[in-house]
Ligand binder design. Sequence first.
Ligand code: BDR
Ligand code: CA
Length: 304
Amino acid sequence: MERIIMDVDTGHDDAVALVLAAGSPQIQIEGIVAVAGNQVRERTLENTLNVCDYLDIEAPVFAGLDRPIVRRQITAGNIHGKTGLDGPVFPPRTKQVHPGNGVRFIIDTVLANPHEITLVPTGPLTDIAMAIRMEPAVADLVKEIVFMGGSTGEGNVTYSAEFNIFADPEAAQIVCTSGAPLVMMGLDVTLQVMLTDERLDTYREFPKKAASMFCASMDNYMASCRRHGHDYPAMHDPCCIAYLLDRDMFSFERRELQIELQGALTYGRTVVGPHLDEGGALIAKKTKPEQFWNMLDTAFRNLP
Ligand code: BDR
Ligand code: CA
């Protein structure tokens, strides 16, 4: 059983990560923290609560930080819309935000369960960096940090930088140099898991709330991606959950990993150093996308 804390900026693909995690019996979600990223924190929190309420996801939802550590805040409203999750219409929800601070929840849970808890950040690394700064033992006691972010090639916000890293590069550098066991699910691998129109159509008749939410959300995400010149939308964030379900579906390189914080053109770049035998970060390079879709089918079946 994988015990995880998800740190999300819900967003279309974050919502798929929530579906995949909640619908997989091998995973136990201890809690979910909503951080600013794709939209301002109020919206990512609202989206997270809506998804959890709609799908009966019982894990507590906490508010994370509402802005990056150093840089001016940016969002990805151009892709995920005004709400951060444009598309699905949710009924009025009963689920409420859990009292207390999300960063404190991360610290307390990791410290109380040494080497048991995997952190899964699928937004900017702001909360994770703050948890490590407030309590450095988090880096030693966490089982793994499996994050979506970065690229060893081109970025998707600038030529150099991927969105989650670009939205809080200083936080990412704190995490990458913390000594915590890291797994990077970057664009190298997430761009291999694309949703085609044909596949989306196969989910339209699925008699499950999770599948209809997915379709409403993906229609919007697909249209946004096409407005930005991409043929198909990538399933970035759920790749982190797929890794926890079957790490053999990915190939990796273990490399030193740092974040560029100075360059005018390269701010937020994930800089990959020498190959290592231990330490550094496991950087996912290749995957078998068909396996991803089998996992998602199973998750839909297990959810309302
Ligand atoms: C990442 O950026 C966000 O817009 C997505 O949710 C994903 O986490 C992809 O670059
Ligand atoms: Ca995200």
